[in-house]
Write a protein that binds this ligand. Structure first.
Ligand code: UDP
Length: 240
């Protein structure tokens, strides 16, 4: 018998970086297709999957502000970038015949449905993958905060933060060969140690709602399904 998932409903956070492949910006369709195949695998196991996509591969509001531009307008551009990524991921999922809907925090009815908790719960109950676009819909936030917010709203049992590495390390493992991976941490420890995994607002919101954060590598094919069944390399952030 194949291993059973430990979760019924989860929220996957995929940063824009996760979709961009090796070209350093934009979307690599082959990479989006691969991430979609991991989500399809989770759905095939019967897990309800909500996805928050980032937009850093397209635009970052802070980049505009740092060049003397208007931060709020920059953040609006960043949020629109998340919609582009959401549409790309939805396209990849639909190619795999996975029933998928995009709900945006910023209304654009010609392009996708608007987010409401009711609609999100309705689509999930129908077995659809729900991709949350537009971040929180507010400037000065990140899609990590959107992930914690949507996870609480859909009653997700955990946030799966797909990153470039397979967990949270004591230092950047790409720069420091002595860096070690934490197996477990509490939300408080992540905040106290200032570990760069999700921003402070996101970790605090997850802690307040007792939602564990599981950090894993989004680049390993089949990695998401493995982690969902309790295997794989990861760091679990949870308060006991
Ligand atoms: N953004 C925002 N409000 C949100 C979410 C995102 O203003 O609730 C903007 C912000 O400019 C951010 C950009 O969208 O820099 C891309 O989001 P994020 O940096 O979280 O993407 P990721 O790093 O996950 O690709």
């Amino acid at each position: 018998m194949s291993p059973q998932p430990l979760y019924k409903r989860v929220l996957l956070k995929a940063s824009g970086e996760a979709l961009m492949g090796s070209q350093g910006f934009g979307i690599d369709v082959a990479v989006a297709d691969r991430v979609a195949s991991d989500i399809a695998e989770a759905r095939a196991m019967g897990v309800d999957v909500g996805v928050v996509v980032g937009g850093g591969n397209i635009f970052r509001g802070v980049a505009v502000a740092s060049k003397g531009g208007d931060r709020v307008t920059g953040d609006h551009m960043g949020m629109l970038g998340t919609v582009i990524n959401a549409l790309a991921l939805a396209t990849s999922l639909r190619k795999l015949n996975v029933d998928t809907v995009v709900l945006s925090a910023i209304s654009m009815p010609e392009i996708c449905e608007s987010f409401s908790q009711r609609q999100a719960l309705h689509h999930m109950a129908q077995g659809r993958v729900v991709i949350f676009a537009g971040g929180t819909g507010n400037p000065f936030f990140t899609t990590d905060s959107a992930a914690a917010l949507r996870a609480a709203e859909i009653g997700a049992e955990a946030i799966f933060k797909g990153t470039q590495v397979d967990g949270i390390y004591s230092a950047d493992p790409k720069k420091d060969p002595t860096a070690t991976r934490f197996e477990t941490l509490t939300h408080g420890e992540v905040l106290e140690k200032g570990l760069a995994v999700m921003d402070v607002a996101a970790v605090a919101l997850a802690r307040e709602n007792s939602i564990p954060i599981i950090v894993f590598s989004i680049h390993e094919k089949g990695g998401f399904a493995q982690i969902l069944t309790g295997g794989g390399r990861k760091t679990i952030v949870a308060d006991n």
